[in-house]
Design a protein around this ligand. Structure first.
Ligand SMILES: Cc1cc2nc3c(=O)[nH]c(=O)nc-3n(C[C@H](O)[C@H](O)[C@H](O)COP(=O)(O)OP(=O)(O)OC[C@H]3O[C@@H](n4cnc5c(N)ncnc54)[C@H](O)[C@@H]3O)c2cc1C
Length: 321
């Protein structure tokens, strides 16, 4: 049963409806990070369509922006740039709604959204109580947050972002400077960085409008530093990146999958993208269970070859990984 919410203030009374009280609830954004492993969901799918954004306060250096959950994320990146605000440019072209951004703390090209989130407005699906969680209460980590750990408990109705009006853009990802150079030596303004990010993404990632996909299917594994260094000495060319703390390092899931020979593999219409080994694609009529079977095979072979466990990034509904 679908329930579309156009006004978040109506959510508490919707949750109190007797017809909903005993049903499992699932919050669905644009569906870009969900794999349905079942063709029946016996519950209520809640979708937020409220989609306005406004500047709440502005001291000339930073502005606080409040965005409804249903606002399209990539349109929001442009909205902030149009209002002279920066910070989100590295996150351009990530599909989905603004309300989903804090769920897995979306990140790309050296930036995570958690850095800019001042607060997340939620409605508790169990009690219908509304709350404003400051960033410290959101438990942001690599593709992680309190929201992801307890799916559907807190329905995100709006986010608040604190964005700067000036400052250097983040070019930590080496390919960005190269892209700006290839675009005619553009200066790294926020708008140019967003354009460069969009060009890289369009080139590297399969377009979900052409071949259904959820972006990266696996998280990059985070290992104890000593273990990562030991693996790197055993497997020539293995990329290792710093993690958020000194005790750990991150491996490239794409590299592991490619080395295990999966890039471009297909089983019927379920395939590992030939463009990017980290993306599983639906070439036409693959079912959720078929994609899940492929994902499990990929993870098992990476485990066997490297002794490293891969964890899926998208939410899998109706099955466990
Ligand atoms: C081509 C492609 C590229 C991608 N690139 C990236 C990337 O670079 N970085 C990255 O981090 N992600 C990436 N993703 C994943 C995806 O875009 C993000 O996770 C995005 O935030 C999902 O938004 P959505 O609205 O589609 O959420 P959905 O897929 O609908 O939902 C994702 C999860 O969030 C929950 N959820 C959604 N909205 C709410 C809400 N309002 N309140 C509570 N829970 C909610 C859902 O229940 C579900 O658990 C990519 C996906 C694709 C298809």
């Amino acid at each position: 049963m679908p329930a579309t919410v156009h006004d978040a203030t109506a959510l508490p009374s919707l949750l109190a409806e007797p017809a909903l009280r005993n049903l499992p609830l699932m919050v669905l954004g644009a569906g870009s990070n969900v794999l349905f492993a079942t063709d029946r969901f016996e519950g209520c799918l809640i979708q937020l369509q409220c989609a306005s954004a406004r500047i709440v306060s502005d001291d000339g250096e930073h502005a606080l922006v409040r965005v409804d959950a249903g606002f399209d994320w990539d349109a929001l990146v442009d909205w902030t740039l149009d209002h002279g605000l920066q910070g989100l440019e590295n996150l351009a072209l990530i599909p989905g709604q603004a309300g989903a951004a804090p769920i897995q703390n979306i990140g790309a090209y050296g930036v995570e959204v958690g850095k800019f989130i001042a607060a997340v407005h939620v409605c508790d699906s169990h009690t219908a109580a509304v709350d404003r969680l400051t960033a410290a209460r959101c438990g942001f980590g690599y593709r992680d947050s309190v929201f992801k750990r307890e799916p559907d408990r807190r329905i995100v109705t709006a986010i608040e972002l604190r964005l700067p009006r000036s400052g250097a853009t983040n070019l930590a990802y080496a390919g960005l400077s190269e892209e700006l150079a290839a675009m005619g030596g553009l200066t790294p303004t926020p708008r140019n960085v967003a354009a460069a990010v969009r060009r890289i993404r369009r080139r590297k990632l399969p377009d979900p409008a052409v071949a259904g996909n959820a972006g990266s299917f696996f998280k990059n594994p985070v290992l104890a530093r000593a273990r990562a260094v030991e693996l790197q000495s055993r497997f020539k060319g293995m990329p290792v990146f710093p993690a958020s703390n000194d005790a750990e390092h991150k491996l490239s899931a794409a590299w592991l999958i490619e080395q295990a020979g999966w890039r471009g593999f297909s089983d019927g219409d379920a395939a590992v993208s030939a463009q990017h080994a980290l993306v599983l694609v639906n070439l036409g009529r693959a079912t959720g269970p078929q994609l899940l079977t492929l994902a499990r095979r990929v993870a098992a072979s990476v485990q066997e070859k490297f002794g490293v466990a891969l964890e899926p990034e998208p939410r899998i509904v109706g099955a466990t990984f």
